[in-house]
Design a protein around this ligand. Structure first.
Ligand code: NDP
Length: 340
């Protein structure tokens, strides 16, 4: 059973060498009949997500999720096929999405997070992204946390990624004016040509972010969908409009720093009566059925599009995960392990 093993807790930027791919472990493809809660999975797709960096750190106070265990496989969201099951709710041949391990085959003893996949006309990999955690995050973050109004001026950072590309499209469908930032020329093109953002810029090429924001938002920003934190947040604050909303979804620019950067412009929260609110998608899974009801027709009617960056092979999973923190991924980062 080929696996990606987490070696040891990480400081600073994660590296491929923080994980090792081995084929040492064996797994029995026969389930013991005396346990009625076992599910044997063949993993098909794995999701690479920025929150996994937090799991690579030593357990720390205030964290909302367990750290990975050195010596054991990385775990995360994925799509898999049930090879065998003694659990009454799952049967051989079912396709599922949910928590699994970074290995070819997984024996699952706690299937609480597993969701049976019903909609097989949609690419299976979508269940790691648009139909998975990233999709629900964009949905909750935009419609709920941002309290949008038609005509609002919206700014999305890390806009071409798994979450950002959806937030931008939701905002456009809602009748907002939308600008995105991303880290390459190719991504900026995607934002404008494929996802329909009104404007987009490459933040890495801008010397003075404050002046850039003034240029793209001469009348200010109503909604900032925050994915990156740090300097970008600091420069956004004075550019917000009265009663603006900032949804703090993530702060990826800070995840690999020993000490997070200072934010100097917080006074604007007060001066502009801004509401800034953090949220975690894990608190909102009760909305998943409602979210599916909205998103499935949008996908089927091609009113929404989703770009994935699919790498093949478990051995390439460590590089794919690490690549999130240098912006190597173009769209949702997925690892294809096996076909159905
Ligand atoms: P993405 O697909 O957007 O991948 C990460 C992207 O972040 C990279 O491609 C890169 O894009 C950008 N990035 C990396 N390092 C930096 C940096 N130093 N400064 C600015 N941008 C950087 O990931 P997701 O869409 O999955 O996640 C986006 C954000 O949402 C993350 O902050 C994540 O933690 C958060 N999140 C929060 C959830 C919640 O429940 N609150 C749930 C899911 C995600 P570029 O080339 O544009 O720099």
């Amino acid at each position: 059973n080929k696996q990606v093993i987490f070696k040891d807790y990480v400081n600073g930027y994660p590296k491929e060498s923080d994980m090792v791919v081995t084929s040492d472990a064996t797994i029995s493809l026969e389930l013991p009949k005396n346990d009625d809660r076992l599910i044997l999975l063949k993993n098909l797709y794995l999701s690479c997500d920025p929150y996994m960096r937090g799991r690579m750190s030593k357990p720390f106070e205030g964290t909302y999720i367990d750290s990975f265990v050195p010596g054991l496989p990385i775990s995360g969201y994925g799509v898999a096929k049930v090879l065998d099951s003694t659990h009454p709710d799952f049967k051989k041949g079912d396709l599922i999405s949910g928590s699994t391990n970074w290995e070819e085959y997984s024996l699952i003893t706690n299937p609480e997070s597993l969701i049976k996949i019903q909609h097989t006309d949609i690419p299976l990999s979508y269940h790691t992204g648009i139909l998975g955690m990233a999709g629900l995050t964009a949905y909750v973050g935009f419609y709920d946390i941002c309290s949008p109004k038609k005509g609002d001026i919206v700014f999305v950072s890390a806009a071409s990624g798994a979450v950002g590309q959806l937030v931008g499209q939701f905002a456009k469908l809602y009748g907002c004016y939308v600008v995105g930032s991303a880290g390459s020329k190719e991504k900026v093109e995607l934002l404008k040509k494929k996802f329909g953002f009104d404007e987009a810029f490459n933040y890495k090429e801008e010397q003075d972010l404050g002046a850039t924001l003034k240029r793209y938002f001469p009348n200010g920003i109503d909604i900032y969908f925050e994915n990156v934190g740090g300097k970008m947040l600091d420069e956004v604050l004075p550019n917000m409009r009265l009663q603006g909303r900032i949804a703090v979804c993530g702060m990826i620019s800070q995840y690999n720093l020993d000490r997070t950067e200072g934010i100097y412009n917080l006074i604007f929260l007060l001066m502009k009566r801004i509401r800034m609110q953090g949220f975690l998608v894990i608190d909102h899974y009760h909305l998943y059925p409602k979210f599916l009801e909205m998103i499935l027709p949008l996908i089927q009617e091609r009113k929404i599009t989703y770009v994935e960056d699919i790498v093949k092979g478990l051995e390439n999973a460590p590089a794919a995960l690490v690549g999130l923190f240098t912006g190597k991924n173009v769209g949702k980062q997925v690892v294809l392990i096996a076909h159905e």
